[in-house]
Design a protein around this ligand. Structure first.
Ligand code: FAD
Ligand code: NAD
Length: 455
């Protein structure tokens, strides 16, 4: 059995752990599918490249709003797809060959699972190998959850792992689930000409968002999509390319393609973690302490397999923490999961940070709300934007920022000053009144929301 100083399972964010400061060690990385993981190959990056293309198409389609005559002739899906994945596949391959060139790193292409404390079996195309390690990092991510009625039908379906690489957009796309992936990919396919039905078991899309965001977003997209809210799928029938979905009220949806987007599950069930004494939560996430240590000596975990916030910027931060802690056992640092911002790159874009208004109420907090609309600032007039807004929640007295929620163009960028202020302990009044806010930039919507707190 070959021994390494450090073995990392998963070459998504796990790959970021192995910096040059590890070059004096014997390090191995195990990857069963794709270097770069979900984000590069089937997640954040391709979905945003497609979303940007959708935005360009829409700009042409809606040019008349600005008294510009333009005609959108076509979105050439195959060309778009090939442009996106030619770039990303090259990045993936470069990441893989980069590791080959480092004589202190061994790459195992195969699926790892534990056989005992800090020992692994790796199943490769050319047979299995046993490996032991001084320290192990579990960074094996998650996968799309596929509900029973879809599996039982035995008919084709897509997930985020596959749909961005299809040859042609569907005429009618049915999306099961109304969360992040539905919001982003429904917009992409609608812009390529698909009609879209979204089936969501709750009464709103983007359920965990602040009530103002989820309410206004759901209302806005009603005219674009066929929304089946408060509904669950009971059966999938028909044939490939002509599916018939039956919902729990007996109604049906006809579609030529089904995208399943009802959440993701951690890959912990495929790693025989019990053999190594690594505990998991009821939802399958690996249990870690503040320093990303699992319940097994010398084994760390990071990213979607353990994180309470399964987002790439969080996985990256945890990778930095693990990299430090592997090398500095007497000076451990912690990953902070407070005030993690997130964004949905849909139309309109959405960004949020901290508590929702409902969470403020549930916690019995004394809070004030400040609201401002894109339609109330000069740049919003230029954009003819009547729906965008910024909502901030702060504590009266101290002015401590509790939460922020934006919907509208550039929301993921506009929220960053609010994230900075909340993280650095700058109160809402100081943020509103101390720095200059450029006129007439879109950031004035943030300034006005802060002033609207009336603190
Ligand atoms: C469609 C989509 C869009 C997204 N958009 C965003 C976004 O805009 N912003 C954002 O912050 N987050 C986004 N996310 C979430 C983000 O992709 C994840 O949070 C992030 O990729 C998690 O990184 P990770 O390293 O934990 O897991 P992964 O990137 O999934 O990496 C895990 C790796 O481990 C490998 N592996 C698994 N099991 C084994 C095994 N037993 N042996 C060997 N290898 C194994 C897998 O093949 C994989 O390469 C998106 C996700 C999806 C699906
Ligand atoms: N921009 C981003 O940061 C981004 C984009 C895409 C994905 N992601 C990550 O990927 C994860 C997975 O995305 P997702 O959209 O699959 O999950 P999600 O958790 O965002 O949304 C799933 C939705 O499906 C609904 N649902 C669950 N079971 C259902 C059923 N049987 N029938 C109908 N509806 C059902 C839920 O109520 C929920 O609204 C996200 O949680 C996020 O971590 C992030």
């Amino acid at each position: 059995m070959r021994h390494h100083d450090v073995v990392v399972i998963g070459a998504g964010s796990g790959n970021a752990v192995i910096g040059d400061s590890f070059a004096d060690l014997d390090v191995a990385i195990v990857e069963e599918r794709w270097f770069g993981g979900t984000c590069l190959n089937a997640g954040c990056i391709p979905s945003k490249m497609l979303a940007y293309t959708a935005h360009v198409a829409r700009t042409v389609r809606e040019a008349d709003t600005y008294d510009v005559d333009a005609e959108l002739r076509a979105v050439r899906w195959r060309a778009v797809r090939d442009r996106v994945f030619a770039r990303l596949d090259a990045e993936r391959d470069e990441g893989r060959t980069g590791r080959d060139q480092q004589d202190w790193v061994t790459v195992y292409e195969g699926r790892a699972r534990f056989t005992g404390p800090r020992t692994l079996r790796i199943d490769r195309a050319d047979g299995a190998v046993g490996v032991s390690a001084g320290q192990i990092v579990v960074a094996a991510g998650g996968r799309p959850l596929v509900p029973g009625p879809v599996l039982d039908a035995g008919l084709p379906y897509e997930t985020s792992d596959t749909i961005m690489r299809i040859d042609a957009p569907p005429r009618h796309l049915a999306v099961l689930g109304g969360g992040y992936i539905a919001a982003e990919l429904a917009d992409v396919f609608a812009e390529t000409g698909s009609s879209v039905t979204i089936i969501e078991k709750e009464q709103h899309l983007l359920g965990p968002q602040d009530e103002t965001v989820r309410g206004r977003f759901t209302d806005l997209v009603r005219s674009r999509y066929d929304l089946r809210l408060g509904r669950e799928l009971t059966a999938v029938g028909g044939r490939p390319g002509a599916l018939r979905l039956t919902l729990d009220d007996g109604s049906t949806v006809e579609a030529d393609m089904l995208l399943v987007a009802v959440g993701r599950v951690p890959n912990s069930d495929r790693l025989s973690l019990e053999a190594a004494g690594i505990a998991t939560h009821d939802d399958g996430r690996v249990v870690v302490d503040a320093h990303q240590r699992t319940t097994a000596e010398g084994v760390f975990a990071l990213g979607d397999i353990c994180s309470p916030v399964p987002l790439k910027h969080v996985a990256n931060r945890e990778a930095q923490v693990v990299a430090h802690n592997l090398r500095n056992p007497d000076d451990l640092i912690a990953a902070d999961h407070e005030l993690v911002p997130s964004a949905v790159f849909t139309r309109p874009q959405i960004a949020s940070m901290g508590l929702t208004e409902q969470e403020c109420r549930d916690r019995g907090l004394d809070y004030r709300t400040g609201m401002a609309g894109y339609g109330d600032i000069a740049y919003g007039w230029a954009m003819e934007n009547t729906t965008g807004f910024c909502k901030v929640l702060a504590e009266p007295g101290t002015g401590r920022l509790l939460g922020a929620h934006l919907m509208g163009e550039q929301a993921p960028t506009l929220i960053q000053p609010l994230v900075l202020a909340a993280t650095l302990g700058i109160d809402a009044t100081t943020l509103a009144k101390s720095p200059y806010w450029i006129h007439p930039a879109l950031t004035e919507v943030v300034e006005n929301a802060l002033l609207g707190l009336g603190l």
